[in-house]
Structures are given as C-alpha cells and as structure tokens.
Design a protein around this ligand. Structure first.
Ligand code: ATP
Length: 194
C-alpha cells in the first residue's frame, strides 16, 4: 500500500486537494481531524493534557481550542509538548486504519511533514502551494481568526521554496479547475508507478 502525503502551508488548500483525490475513490486520512477527535475521546490524552494545561483545556468534556491556542501562541515548547502527547496516538490510529484499506494507494493529509523530518513515512509527497496573500484571504473568509494569528502559524512553517525541493509533485492551487486537472494528472502518474 503506497502512502501519498499531501502537505502545504496553512490555507494552501490541502483539504480541497485531498477531497479531489477522495472523489476518485482514494481513501483519505486527515491527521489533524483525527488528532482533534482523539483529544475528545482518548482518556489518556485528556489526562495528559489536563496535567499539562490545567482543567480549563476542557469545557463540558470537549477540548477548548481557543484556550489551547492562546496558551501556545508564544510558546513553541508547549506546542511541542502537546504534540508529543497527541502524535503517538494518531500514529497508532493511522496504522490501524491503514491495515483496513484496500485501494491502490491512500492519501494522508498532514500540515507538518518536512518540519519534523517525517518524509520517510511517505512513498510520495504532494505539496500544495498558493501565495501568502491568497492563503490569508481564504482563511479569513473561512475562519474566525486574525491576520496576526495566521502569520504566527506561517512563521513556524517551512517556506514553500524549501518544501518544493523536497516534494515529488507540486500543485499550484489558484484556479479550482486547474487544480482538479493537476490532481487528475498526478493520480494517473501514481497509478502508473504502482
Ligand atoms: P488548513 O491549513 O487551515 O488546514 P488547508 O490547507 O486544508 O487549510 P483548505 O481548507 O483546503 O486549506 O482551503 C482553505 C480555504 O480556501 C477553504 O475555505 C477552501 O474552500 C478555500 N479554497 C481552497 N482552494 C481554493 C481555490 N483554488 N479557490 C478558491 N478558494 C479555495
């Protein structure tokens, strides 16, 4: 089973591209979504996060994302500690999910691959790029957030120039139809390479 990673900076269009692969029948695992679910369902994660961040990190049993975001805004080491709690659980969950798949290849969408030198976990890596201004506009339209917060996330992500060098394919996500055409082409190439 080939593991194809989709990565890219915040708001580049990873989910949009992943959905295009899904519409071709390719199973998609979204690491971020699974992490969010596990934060609400895993007792071990709940216990560790509460120990680290205090009771306020859960509100009515649900993870309090606004509280956690405010805590990690200027604290990279806290973010790393949170990741160290969550990532191993997501990795186990992904392995179990992978065993059940029967498609020729699967897509794993993950914002962070190169930043943590995780590229060896993938057979193929697709990078989604869009210029910074476009990404900020798209996120502002989608989320209740601020330019400051978006730029803070961007600051911690590797630049597209560096990531392009490390990726097998690059999708330039401007016009949606053109993005869909790039997806079709890459899908064909991956199938050919199997
Ligand atoms: P995040 O980093 O926050 O997980 P992402 O990289 O997964 O984001 P998407 O959620 O796919 O990005 O896209 C961000 C927003 O921009 C979404 O609201 C999406 O619908 C919109 N969008 C994505 N691609 C395009 C495009 N080519 N044209 C117009 N809007 C787009």
């Amino acid at each position: 089973m080939k593991i194809v990673g989709i990565t890219g900076g915040i708001g580049s269009g990873k989910s949009t591209v992943a959905k295009m692969f899904a519409s071709k029948g390719i199973p998609v695992y979204t690491a971020d979504d699974e992490a969010k679910k596990l934060m609400n369902t895993s007792k071990v994660i709940k216990r560790h996060l509460t120990n680290l961040l205090g009771e306020a990190c859960y509100k009515n049993g649900e993870i309090n994302r606004a509280y956690i975001s405010s805590k990690i805004f200027n604290d990279k080491s806290l973010l790393q500690q949170i990741n160290a709690i969550i990532h191993p659980k997501v990795a186990t969950h992904f392995k179990r999910w992978l065993k059940k798949q029967t498609a020729p290849y699967i897509i794993k969408e993950a914002a962070i691959i190169f930043e943590n030198s995780l590229q060896d976990q993938y057979d193929v890596i697709i990078l989604v790029v869009a210029d910074k201004f476009t990404r900020i506009q798209r996120i502002l339209k989608r989320d209740t957030t601020s330019v400051d917060k978006i730029e803070n996330v961007m600051k911690n992500q590797m630049s597209d120039e560096e990531k392009i060098k490390l990726s097998h394919y690059v999708i330039y996500n401007q016009d949606l139809d053109e993005t869909a055409q790039q997806v079709t082409k890459i899908h064909g190439k991956i199938l050919e390479s199997l």
